[in-house]
Design a protein around this ligand. Structure first.
Ligand code: IPE
Ligand code: MG
Length: 233
């Protein structure tokens, strides 16, 4: 979700105005995903590197998270949306941690759309935390080195219980991953939208889905193999 700050600055307004407008886009995109039958949506709200922003902006974002969590949880529940937060949430102030736990618990039985919010998340952090869990099991003798393979590590990565990420959208015109779901995006289709996040709505979402629909996902196979299932495997 990139472009909040630029959106506000273009109107001569403080960046926080852009972050608030960004919350509206979140609500909109959650609705669009529900309508499109998307099972799992992950939003990158705050990266491990976002702590390096000016302290005032970080504090404003934290306050916004707390307010939004409290305000939106009823609507999420009503819309059958399950909320999950991924990332190193222990770095957040206790009040925010508490809100996160409450919001997750309140929506735990919802099974329409799973909304994952990546907060203090980093793709490299995710790989490290999974590795630590594997190492711990190794140390405790519950695992041997030759049991470590991709599917074993996968089990410890964030979102492992959810389907593979089909489409990764980055808004705001930048064309990079910026430490998002590094492990998980191995075979995701990438879509870069020029739209700043607060402007990302119906039209931009439809454009992303259309682009996705036109891609041929080969997963290492040849185009002919994928196009014609009768071709000898
Ligand atoms: C993304 O918008 C939102 C967060 C990181 C919370 P930015 O704040 O990165 O907006 P730009 O890139 O400065 O326009
Ligand atoms: Mg940005």
């Amino acid at each position: 979700m990139d472009g909040n700050g630029r959106w506000a600055e273009a109107q001569g307004k403080p960046r926080v105005v852009g972050h608030r407008a960004g919350v509206k886009s979140v609500r909109e995109v959650v609705r669009l995903c529900r309508e499109a039958g998307v099972g799992s949506l992950t939003l990158f709200a705050f990266s491990s590197e976002n702590w390096n922003r000016p302290p005032r902006e970080v504090a404003l974002l934290m306050r916004l998270f707390i307010t939004v969590l409290r305000r939106e949880v009823k609507l999420l529940k009503k819309n059958n949306v399950r909320l999950r937060v991924i990332g190193d949430t222990q770095a957040f102030e206790p009040k925010l941690q508490q809100r996160i736990l409450e919001a997750e618990a309140e929506t735990a039985d919802c099974d329409g759309l799973t909304l994952n919010v990546a907060a203090n998340y980093g793709g490299r952090w995710d790989i490290v935390q999974a590795t630590r869990q594997v190492a711990l099991q190794l140390q405790q003798g519950e695992l041997s080195v030759d049991q470590i393979d991709e599917s074993m590590l996968q089990r410890f990565m964030c979102l492992s219980e959810q389907p593979e990420m089909d489409l990764l959208i980055r808004t705001g015109g930048e064309e990079r991953i910026s430490n998002f779901l590094l492990w998980q995006c191995a075979y995701s289709e990438l879509f870069f939208s020029e739209a700043l996040w607060p402007d990302f709505a119906d039209a931009a979402f439809a454009e992303a889905l259309d682009a996705y629909a036109s891609r041929q996902r080969r997963f290492g196979k040849t185009g002919a193999q994928v196009a014609d299932v009768t071709v000898a495997q």
